[in-house]
Design a protein around this ligand. Structure first.
Ligand code: 4AD
Ligand code: MG
Length: 431
């Protein structure tokens, strides 16, 4: 028996015999020679099956094997400059584990709905594989950076009695007769945890019943949310730019192969290093007016505004001091100008828009009590949150980075639906 090897480690086996276990990606039939493109999740390699090198059953298997059949191929690893990845396998045995018939996704073009209905199979294609490997790398880089900068990972509940963001996007569910909402954000709980741990983060799925179909909204998405006691707005931006730069540079380094598969032009990503430009909301509105984009002071920035603003910069740009009226209830207002708040959004380059929302939280019991009254959710559900301002309230800040939007930006994919294994979209919960 030869050793089971993974394709990504194939270089270490040059000249030796290995067994590969995987699926048939593609095949070229040249009579006595069968060229099998085999993938195993870690890579793709061509196995060359010559009739004289294998048993008659083995050769028949190589001839009969179809796209996405599972198979086991044994052979000798040979370096070959022309081969993608630099290696080939000269096969001496081929065994079909399960013969796949009429695999529906073929190399020809398919419509998006067709592919979305078959998302469970679509994941096997090289482009989806590359995007999701990048996603895993981004997750790892985020955790690496936070874990090595004093942040404690404490995850927050998904079933909650209260709302953190826009109350119109709540998913409601029954909690044995009580009303519960799926978490829109872990922030409020993070704010409790920092009073015990100083710096924390949660990283998990969050839910928004977004009623619009756009290329940057999911109903279920993943968000990493760092929160820091004693940090002001400025410190918040400093942490954001450090984290985002680390994530981008690490991904460029460790997932270069995948970004090449995606044909991502990485010129601008290579420039993602601190400091990022900072823009007040007021100057953002000025720029937009100069560009002839309509917006009234007080309106939140939407995707079209963000695209125009980002075009002015080669790096992600911070927009801070938004009007208090267009941000969430917990934002600290500017004591000198209460009509604006200490909030900050980070806009990615190349039209990918807002990837982070955050800022400094109000430390005042009286102000938050008033704000909670206006939410339309029972004050009782926020009693614990108000306690945090009763017992040792401190200035503090934090933010939420949307994982899928960040992955879409790094990969250069237009629609966020490809950046999560099984997207939840308006009108789609299958598969
Ligand atoms: O700006 P948002 O709503 O901020 C919060 O939820 C804060 N409580 C976070 C915090 O300060 N701890 O969302 C943060 C980020 C956005 O910038 C965006 O990247 C992403 O989450 N996001 C979405 N991603 C995909 N689909 C959606 N429907 C999203 N809504 C927000
Ligand atoms: Mg936001």
């Amino acid at each position: 028996m030869t050793e089971h090897a993974y394709i990504e480690d194939i270089a270490a086996h040059e000249g030796k015999g290995v067994t590969l276990k995987g699926w048939l990606y593609n095949k070229t039939d040249k009579g006595k020679l069968q060229f099998l493109l085999v993938r195993d999740g870690t890579g793709i390699i061509q196995a060359v099956v010559f009739e004289d090198d294998v048993s008659p059953e083995g050769f028949e298997a190589a001839r009969a094997v179809t796209q996405e059949s599972s198979l086991i191929v044994t052979g000798t690893v040979r370096a070959d400059k022309r081969a993608p990845g630099g290696y080939e396998l000269t096969a001496n045995a081929v065994e079909i584990v399960q013969l796949a018939e009429d695999y529906p996704i073929t190399p020809k073009e398919h419509g998006v709905e067709f592919l979305m209905d078959r998302r469970h199979l679509w994941l096997r294609s090289s482009r989806q594989h590359a995007i999701l490997r990048v996603r895993a790398e981004v997750v790892r880089a985020i955790r690496d950076w936070l874990d090595s900068h004093g942040f404690i990972n404490l995850d927050t509940p998904i079933l909650t009695p209260s709302s953190c963001e826009d109350t119109t996007t709540l998913f409601e569910t029954d909690y044995f007769g009580e009303r519960a909402y799926l978490a829109q954000s872990g922030q409020l709980y993070n704010e409790a945890e920092i009073m015990s741990f100083g710096k924390v983060y949660c990283f998990g799925p969050t839910f928004r019943a977004e009623k619009s179909k756009t290329r940057r909204h999911l109903l279920e998405f993943w968000m990493v949310e760092p929160e820091m006691a004693w940090a002001d707005l400025d410190e918040c931006m400093r942490v954001e730019e450090e984290l985002v730069s680390y994530v981008v540079q690490t991904t460029l380094k460790n997932r270069a192969e995948e970004l090449k598969t995606l044909e991502r032009d990485t010129t601008l990503l290579e420039k993602v290093n601190p400091p990022f430009p900072r823009l007040t909301y007021d100057s953002a509105v000025e720029i937009l007016h100069r560009e002839g984009v309509s917006i009234e002071w007080g309106d939140d920035l939407g995707a079209p505004h963000e695209v125009v603003l980002a075009e002015h910069f080669e790096k992600p740009v911070f927009v801070h001091h938004y009007p208090t009226q267009c941000k969430a209830f917990y934002m600290e207002f500017d004591p000198e100008r209460p009509e604006v708040c200490l909030s900050v959004d980070l806009l990615a380059t190349e039209g990918y828009g807002e990837i982070i929302g955050g800022g400094q939280r109000s430390a005042s019991y009286e102000y938050l009590e008033q704000q909670v009254e206006q939410l339309g959710i029972s004050r009782q559900a926020y009693e614990w949150y108000l306690d945090l301002r009763r017992y040792g309230s401190v200035p503090h800040s934090g933010f939420g980075l949307g994982l899928e939007r960040t992955v879409a930006w790094i990969c250069g994919v237009k629609h966020i639906r490809e950046t999560i294994p099984f997207p939840r979209l308006l009108g789609r919960m299958y598969p």
